[in-house]
Design a protein around this ligand. Sequence first.
Ligand SMILES: *Cc1c(COP(=O)(O)O)cnc(C)c1O
Length: 429
Amino acid sequence: MTTSENLFARAQQLMPGGVNSPVRAFRSVGGVPFFVKSAHGATLHTVDDRELIDFVCTWGPAIHGHNHPKIKAAIGAALELGTSFGTPHPAEVTMAEMIVRFVPSIQKVRMCNSGTEATMTAIRLARGFTRRDKIVKFSGCYHGHSDSLLIKAGSGALTHGHPDSAGVPAAFARETIVLPFNDIAALAAAFAANPQLIAGVILEPYCGNVGFIMPDAGYLAKVRALTAQHGAVLIFDEVMTGFRIARGGVQEREQIVPDLTCLGKIIGGGLPVGALGGRAEIMDYLAPIGPVYQAGTLSGNPLAMAAGIAALRLLEDDGSDLDPYQRLDRLGRQLRDAVLAAARAKGIAVQVPQCGAMFSIFFTDTPVRDYATALTSDAALFARFFRACLDGGVYLAPSAYEAGFISTAHDGAAIARACEIMTQAIANL
Ligand SMILES: *Cc1c(COP(=O)(O)O)cnc(C)c1O
């Protein structure tokens, strides 16, 4: 028995599924998850003394790789001053200033402890601000695990949602309308069928939780126009894409101004964090000056702020000649081209959507533009590919429907080695 197998056997006695977050259990690729004892740069070191090139990057946050010396130093300095005060402290103001400076639509910001808290608060705020109840979300978009957002599509395009989890009351699901992504007619029809009832529309502007899917040209602008026309709050969930696709997120790259933006992941530099920001007029509906309640004992935690500020500073300037986003995009294209070439040589149909430091590998000949087309990918083939990569020393997300992430620490040898391993894995499929 390996050390990982032994730990997982113990964990399964003590924790549901042996994990603290479901995807870590490897259920969609099979086998036992490996346990990690440390991580540096692009590399995970497992308890079984294996080294893996990591394309999960702790599910997005580690854009500078693991245990970056500057982030570590910032946490160490903050630690000397205390781990939590329960009062305002200076780093909260610094963090808010940075977020407002980088993210085009954000005028005011509230820090919280996870992306789930950010999206949960965003929809409450949209409802409080508009005095309407219904929320539109899109199938395939993941917004954390709060009741109103854990909803899947009903059978017809315009039916209301069904709970996507036991324990979500059907009455909550009725307030959530689930539509296909990249289908502007469906959104227009939902507004027509629910006049003055839709409080907000929430979406991942580039989807990253059903694999990586980009919107069709002009789609986001049309969503913006429709929400404005109908007085609904447009919420960009940039928990994953914020500071990853560009410093200012997808909204900067696509030049779209949402009303509210949810952030998380990268802005915590590897510590637990979330944030909600947007137009001051809407944000001021939050307590203590507005009627919409939201709070958090550890919100704006000094260690998380220190780590996050250090991570954001590195995205402005990490001492390299080339902007980090240009370097990340170069690495992303290198990986994509290697996978495409290997698949072509082997005669396997594959789609590799990629933008900057995000990518996906869908084993399908259908271009992937929404949830339904993502499901055309061959999950069994992906599981074999995943296993071959892992055996070779590359860790991809353990599911056919998750995005891959690249960090600045993947530069050079790590990416070249990963391309070789993945090419070999495809050749052997
Ligand atoms: C990860 C993620 C969340 C949830 O964030 P947690 O910190 O895991 O609660 C919400 N939305 C998107 C787009 C995410 O990628």
